[in-house]
Design a protein around this ligand. Structure first.
Ligand SMILES: [Zn+2]
Ligand SMILES: [Zn+2]
Length: 173
C-alpha cells in the first residue's frame, strides 16, 4: 500500500504531493516497466543496463525526487537499477503478492528482496519537468519497521524558499 502526504507552502501556496510506496498492481507494473526499459522506451542507459546485466532488477517504488538545479519536487517511480549480490540467484516468487491481487506465477523482484539481495548499480537519470535539470531522491522520510514515515528534513519551497507545511496524509490503493 502506498502513502501520500500533502505539503503546502504557507507563504506562496505552492503545493506538492509526496507519494511513496508500492500499489496492489506492483508485480504487473514491475514486469511492464522492465519490458519498456529493455525495449529502450525509458532511455538508452536503462536499455544498456539490461543488455549488460540480464539478471538486473529495478526499484518500482514511488519516491520523492528533488531537482538539483531548481529545487522542484516530484513523486516518481524510482527506477533505480540494481545487480544481484554475489552468489544470489533470483527465482520467480512463490505464493501471493497480496490476497486481493495474488499475481501467482508472476516474476518480479519485491522491494524486500531488492533491499536484501541486490546492490544499487545506478540511479535512473530522471529529468526535471520544470527546468530539465537532474532529479535525485530527496530522502525526506525515515521509515520504521512498521512502514511509518517520519519527515527527517524540512521541504523547502522551490518558488519562495519558505519551509513547507504538512497538510494531510492519505493512503492510496
Ligand atoms: Zn513558497
Ligand atoms: Zn528543475
Amino acid at each position: 500500500m502506498g502513502e501520500s502526504k500533502q505539503f503546502r507552502c504557507p507563504q506562496c501556496g505552492y503545493d506538492f504531493e509526496a507519494v511513496t510506496g508500492v500499489g496492489f498492481a506492483f508485480p504487473q507494473e514491475y514486469a511492464e516497466t522492465v519490458a519498456e526499459m529493455k525495449h529502450g522506451g525509458l532511455g538508452e542507459e536503462a536499455k544498456r543496463f539490461f543488455e549488460e546485466h540480464p539478471d538486473g532488477a529495478i526499484s518500482c517504488e514511488n519516491v520523492v525526487m528533488k531537482c538539483e538545479s531548481c529545487g522542484e519536487y516530484d513523486s516518481r517511480e524510482s527506477l533505480a537499477m540494481y545487480v544481484p549480490k554475489e552468489g544470489f540467484v533470483h527465482r520467480v516468487p512463490e505464493g501471493m503478492w497480496s490476497v486481493v491481487a495474488p499475481f501467482e506465477g508472476s516474476d518480479y523482484v519485491s522491494p524486500d528482496e531488492l533491499e536484501a539481495c541486490y546492490d544499487l548499480y545506478a540511479e535512473y537519470p530522471h529529468k526535471c519537468e520544470n527546468c530539465g535539470g537532474k532529479m535525485k531522491p530527496a530522502e525526506i522520510f525515515s521509515v520504521d519497521d512498521l512502514g511509518n514515515e517520519t519527515l527527517i528534513r524540512p521541504l523547502i519551497c522551490p518558488h519562495c524558499g519558505a519551509e513547507m507545511e504538512e497538510a494531510g496524509t492519505f493512503f492510496w490503493d
